[in-house]
Design a binder for this molecule. Structure first.
Ligand code: TRP
Ligand code: ZN
Length: 882
C-alpha cells in the first residue's frame, strides 16, 4: 500500500465480553444546516474486577466536551485518535456526558447520520453509530434509549426515533422538538433517527392478544400514493409471524420510512425501519410484478427481524447469520406462503447456486459463521444471508414443522432480551427435540460447497434398489481439509408410470409414501430400499434439500421423464434446467471449436408438450421452464469461462426454440392477452410472466412485424410489467422502435427516480455492440448520480454484472471503466465501491489475457492512495489468489 496502512483483522477466537456496560442512553440532536450537534449522556458500569481503560468507538467526530459525573474533563484526562476515545481512570459506576459535532450534509458514506433528498436519516448497522457519537458500538452492549430531536419546524416537520413519542412541542427561533423513548434495551446498531418533510399513511393492526398497533409509512410527499402495497404487506407479515411462529409485535407503533439514498435494501431499526425507497414505493404504472414481490419480501424480512434480530440479537458480528440466515429463511417461507407456488423456491435456489456457490469457490469464501474479518461491511454476503437461510432450512427439514417450531419457541423464550450466538440457536433446537446436532454444526464453521456423488444400482432378483452416496468438500482459502457434513437428502423413486414408489429401507418396518428424507452423515454411505419391483427413476435432492452440488448420471430420456412426471415440482424444473445446461455447454464447446451449432429435438419436444397444455398446466411453472439457465449460472460449469462463446451458445438455443416453437409462442401470446386492468395476484402474475416470455422468444426472430407488436405493447400497456418487458426486448435490437421507445419512456418518467433506474439498467444490459459507449454516455447523463447507490447499481452494476459479453470484451475497456469507477466511488462511499471490487475477485476464472487485464485493475486499485478498509480487504484478498 502506498499509504502503508494495513487493515487490522478481527478474530472470533479473540471475542471477550465487554468490560463496561452502558445501561441508559440519553441523546439530544441539534439538527443544523452546516453541522449537527450531538449531546449524549451515558450511564456506565464497569464489570466486576475489570481494570482495563474505557475505550469508546468514534469515527469522523469532532469532540466538543466530555464530563464525567458532572466534572468537565481536561485534555490530559483522555486520549483521542481517528477511531476511538480512551479514558484511563474511571469509577465503577459513572455518568459520562459527551458533546460532538458531525456533518450529515457532507456524509456520502450513507453510514451514521446523513441527509437524503433534504431529510435526515441514520444507518447504524453494522458500525455506523460510532459516526454519530462516542460509544461502545458493539451488539453485546444493550441499553435503553431516550432521544430528543431539535430542528427547524418548517424544514423538518417530522421528527422520529425508536419507541414511543413521550413529548413534543415548539421552541424559539422556529424550532421544535420531539422526545422518543424505546423501552426495550437494544444494541446501538438498531438506533434510528429521521427528520424531514415527510407525509405518511396510517393503519392499525390488532395483535393476537388484542393489542392495537399503529402502523405508519413515511415517504416524500410526492410519493404518498405509492405506499398501499407496502402497508398491506406489513399487515400480512404481522399476521403470518403470529400464526407460524407465535410471535407478536411488542411496541404500540411500527414505523417505516422510505429514503432514496441507501446502501442496502432496508434496515430493521427497532420500531422505525428505514427502507431503500425501491422496496416501499409501488403502483401498477411504475412498479413491476417483480418489484411487488420484492417489496413484500423485504417488508416481511425487516418485520421478522423484530424477533429474530432485535428481541434476540447477535453477540458479535461473527454471529451475523444468526439473525440474517434465520430471517431470510422466515421471509422465504412467508413469500412462498403468499404465492403458493414453487417459483419462490426456484428463484432462491437460483440465487444461491449462481452467487453463493461462486463466492464459496473464490477468494472471499467464508463459513456461515466467519472466523475473521477486516471490514464487517464486506461480510453482508450471500453466504451469510442465503447459505445461512439454507442451513436453517435444513434444520427445519431434519426436525419437521412441529419439531422446528418447538425449537424456535424455546429459542425465543430462552434468549429474549439477550445477545447470543448461532450455537445458542442450534442448542435451543436440540434441547427442545432431544437431538444431537454436533456434526450438523460444521455447516456454520466450514466454508465451501459440498459435492455429492451418487451411484445407483437395482437388483432385480432381490427387488432392492441402492443409492451409494459419497460426499467431499473442496478446500477454501483458510480450510484445506473438511469433515463430512450432516445433511438431509430428500428423495423419491418413480415407477414407470411416474408415480412415487412407497419407500422402505432394508431392516426398517414403516413404508413411507413417496418422498423420504435420508440423513447423510458419513463420507460414504449406502441406502438400500426393498420391495422395489422395477428399476425406478430416482428423483434426488427434492426441493433442493441441502446446499450442495449433486453429481448423478442420468440419460436425457430419464431427465425428460422427470421433467414430465416428477411429483416434486422443484425437481421437475431442475430436470429441465439440467437438460438445458448440458445442451448449452456442448453448444459452447462447438462454438469454440468452430463447429456447426445444432440442437437435438428431445428438449424442444419436451418443452412443446408443456406449451400445448399451457391452459391447464401451471403457467408460472411453464414460465420458469422457459427461462434458460443464466450465463452466470452456466459459467460456473466451465473450467475457463468464455463469455463470448457462452453468450453465442445460449442465444443460439433461444433462437432455435423461437423458430421451432414459434406457433406456440404466437398463440399463447395472443391467448394470454387481457383487457382487464392490472391487478397483482398469483394468477395474473403468472399470465403476464408467461406472455412476456413468449414475446421475448418471438423477438429472437428479429422480424419487423414482431418489433411492431412489441412496440405496440410498450405503448399501450397500463402497467410497468408489460411496458418494461417490451422495452427491454426492443433495447437489444437495432430497430427504429428502440430509439422511439427509449425516448418516450424517458419523457414520461424523467421525474420518477426509481423508474429512471430501470431506464438506465435496461440500456446497460442491452446485448448490442455499442452498449459500452452508451453506458459511458449515460454515466454523464443527469439521470445518473454517483452518490446514489441505486443509480450506481442500475448503470455500473448492471453493465458489469449482467452484461457479461460486453463487460468482458477482450479490449479490456469494461475492466478499465469499472476500475475507474471503483476509485472514484471509494472516497465517497466505500461500501458500494467494495461491492463493485468483488466483480474483479473472480479474475482467476477467465483466460490468461482477461486474467492479466483484470489483475492490472486490481493492482492499480490497490495502489491508489487512502484506500478504504472495505476496498482494500477485497482487493488484496483477490490478488492473493495467485
Ligand atoms: N440488517 C439489514 C438487513 O436486514 C442489512 C443492512 C441494511 C445493512 N443497511 C445496511 C448492512 C448497511 C450493512 C450496512 O438485511
Ligand atoms: Zn436482515
Amino acid at each position: 500500500m502506498s499509504e502503508g496502512k494495513i487493515n487490522k483483522t478481527v478474530y472470533l477466537k479473540d471475542y471477550c465480553p465487554p468490560d463496561y456496560q452502558i445501561k441508559t442512553v440519553h441523546l439530544s440532536f441539534y439538527l443544523g444546516e452546516e453541522h449537527t450537534r450531538v449531546y449524549s449522556k451515558l450511564s456506565i458500569t464497569r464489570s466486576l474486577g475489570k481494570k482495563t481503560p474505557l475505550i469508546l468507538h468514534g469515527e469522523a467526530l469532532k469532540l466538543l466536551s466530555i464530563q464525567l459525573n458532572g466534572q468537565l474533563l481536561t485534555e490530559s484526562a483522555y486520549q483521542i485518535n481517528s477511531e476511538s476515545l480512551t479514558l484511563h481512570q474511571v469509577p465503577d459506576y459513572f455518568i459520562l456526558e459527551i458533546e460532538t459535532k458531525i456533518y450529515p450534509q457532507k456524509n456520502t458514506t450513507l453510514s451514521g447520520l446523513y441527509v437524503s433528498e433534504g431529510n435526515f436519516c441514520t444507518q447504524c448497522e453494522a458500525e455506523g453509530f460510532r459516526r454519530i457519537t462516542y460509544f461502545l458500538d458493539c451488539p453485546d452492549v444493550m441499553a435503553t434509549y431516550t432521544t430528543t430531536i431539535i430542528g427547524n419546524k418548517e424544514k423538518y416537520p417530522v421528527l422520529l426515533s425508536n419507541g414511543n413519542l413521550i413529548d413534543q412541542g415548539d421552541k424559539e427561533n422556529g424550532e421544535h422538538f420531539a422526545i422518543w423513548q424505546d423501552p426495550f434495551p437494544k444494541p446501538s446498531y438498531l438506533f434510528a433517527l429521521v427528520a424531514g418533510k415527510l407525509s405518511s399513511i396510517q393503519d392499525k393492526f390488532i395483535t393476537l392478544s388484542r393489542r392495537e398497533v399503529n402502523l405508519s409509512i413515511y415517504v416524500q410527499p410526492h410519493n404518498i400514493e405509492k405506499c398501499t402495497y407496502a402497508m398491506a404487506s406489513l399487515k400480512r407479515s404481522m399476521a403470518w409471524d403470529e400464526q407460524v411462529y407465535g410471535r407478536e409485535y411488542d411496541l404500540d407503533n411500527y414505523m417505516i420510512v422510505a429514503v432514496d439514498d441507501f446502501n442496502m435494501g432496508a434496515m430493521e431499526n427497532k420500531g422505525l425501519n428505514i427502507f431503500n425507497s425501491k422496496f416501499v414505493l409501488a403502483n401498477p404504472e411504475t412498479a413491476t410484478d417483480t418489484d411487488y414481490q420484492y417489496i413484500e419480501g423485504v417488508i416481511g424480512h425487516e418485520y421478522f427481524h423484530n424477533w429474530s434480530g432485535n428481541r434476540v440479537t447477535c453477540r458479535d458480528w461473527f454471529q451475523l447469520s444468526l439473525k440474517e440466515g434465520f430471517t431470510v429463511f422466515r421471509d422465504q417461507q412467508f413469500s412462498a406462503s403468499q404465492s403458493g407456488s414453487v417459483v419462490k423456491r426456484i428463484e432462491d435456489v437460483n440465487r444461491l447456486r449462481t452467487y453463493q456457490f461462486r463466492e464459496d469457490a473464490g477468494p472471499m469464501a467464508h463459513p456461515v459463521r466467519p472466523e475473521s474479518y477486516e471490514e464487517i461491511n464486506n461480510f453482508y454476503t450471500v453466504t451469510i444471508y442465503e447459505k445461512g437461510a439454507e442451513v436453517v432450512r435444513m434444520l427445519h427439514t431434519l426436525l419437521g414443522e412441529t419439531g422446528f417450531r418447538k425449537g424456535t419457541d424455546l429459542y425465543f423464550e430462552r434468549h429474549n432480551g439477550q445477545a447470543v450466538t448461532t450455537d445458542d440457536f442450534v442448542k435451543a433446537l436440540e434441547d427442545a427435540n432431544q437431538v444431537d446436532f454436533s456434526q450438523f454444526r460444521l455447516w456454520y464453521s466450514q466454508a465451501g460447497t459440498p459435492e455429492l456423488h451418487v451411484q445407483s444400482s437395482y437388483d432385480a432378483d432381490q427387488q432392492t434398489y441402492s443409492l451409494k452416496i459419497k460426499q467431499a468438500c473442496p478446500p477454501t482459502p483458510d480450510q484445506p481439509y473438511k469433515k463430512p457434513f450432516h445433511l438431509p437428502l430428500t428423495i423419491g423413486l418413480l415407477d414407470s408410470q411416474g408415480k412415487d414408489i412407497p419407500l422402505q429401507l432394508v431392516g426398517e418396518n414403516n413404508r413411507i409414501k413417496g418422498t423420504q428424507t435420508l440423513e447423510i452423515k458419513n463420507q460414504e454411505e449406502t441406502f438400500t430400499f426393498e420391495n422395489i419391483s422395477m428399476s425406478p427413476t430416482p428423483s434426488l435432492l427434492r426441493g433442493f434439500s441441502a446446499p450442495v452440488k449433486l453429481h448423478f448420471e442420468l440419460s436425457d430420456k430419464e431427465r425428460c421423464f422427470l421433467l414430465a412426471y416428477d411429483n416434486d415440482s422443484f425437481n421437475r424444473w431442475e430436470a429441465g434446467q439440467q437438460l438445458a445446461v448440458k445442451i448449452i455447454l456442448s453448444l459452447t464447446k462447438d462454438y469454440q471449436e468452430g463447429n456447426l451449432l445444432k440442437v437435438s429435438s428431445i428438449f424442444i419436444e419436451a418443452i412443446a408438450k408443456f406449451l400445448e397444455n399451457y391452459k391447464t398446466d401451471n403457467q408460472s411453472f411453464i414460465a420458469q421452464l422457459l427461462i434458460l439457465p443464466s450465463e452466470h449460472y452456466l459459467s460456473e460449469f466451465m473450467e475457463v469461462i468464455d463469455p463470448e462463446a457462452l453468450y453465442q451458445a445460449r442465444t443460439f438455443l433461444r433462437k432455435t426454440l423461437a423458430h421451432s416453437l414459434k406457433d406456440y409462442f404466437n398463440t399463447i401470446y395472443h391467448q394470454l392477452t387481457s383487457e382487464k386492468p392490472y391487478s397483482f395476484n398469483p394468477q395474473e402474475v403468472a399470465r403476464r410472466t408467461l406472455r412476456n416470455i413468449c414475446l421475448g422468444y418471438l423477438m429472437m426472430l428479429d422480424e419487423t412485424e414482431i418489433h411492431q407488436r412489441c412496440f405496440h405493447q410498450f405503448k399501450t400497456a397500463d402497467n410497468m410489467t408489460d411496458s418494461i418487458a417490451a422495452l427491454s426486448y426492443l433495447a437489444d435490437t437495432k430497430s427504429t422502435e428502440r430509439e422511439s421507445a427509449l425516448s418516450i419512456f424517458y419523457e414520461r418518467w424523467k421525474q420518477d427516480s426509481l423508474v429512471m433506474d430501470k431506464w438506465l439498467s435496461i440500456q446497460a444490459s442491452a446485448k448490442r455492440d455499442d452498449t459500452f459507449e452508451i453506458v459511458e454516455q449515460l454515466s454523464g447523463h443527469s439521470a445518473f448520480k454517483l452518490t446514489n447507490p441505486n443509480k450506481v447499481r442500475a448503470l455500473i452494476g448492471t453493465f458489469c454484472q449482467n452484461n457479461l459479453v460486453n463487460f468482458h470484451h477482450p479490449s479490456g475497456n469494461g475492466y478499465k471503466f469499472l476500475g475507474e469507477y471503483i476509485c472514484k466511488l471509494d472516497p465517497l462511499n466505500p461500501q458500494i465501491a467494495a461491492r463493485l471490487v468483488s466483480i474483479f475477485s473472480f479474475w482467476k476464472r477467465y483466460d490468461p489475457k482477461r486474467q492479466t487485464l483484470m489483475k492490472d485493475q486490481l493492482e492499480q486499485i490497490s495502489r491508489s492512495p487512502n484506500l478504504s478498509k472495505d476496498v482494500q480487504e477485497i482487493t488484496l484478498k483477490s490478488l492473493k489468489m495467485n
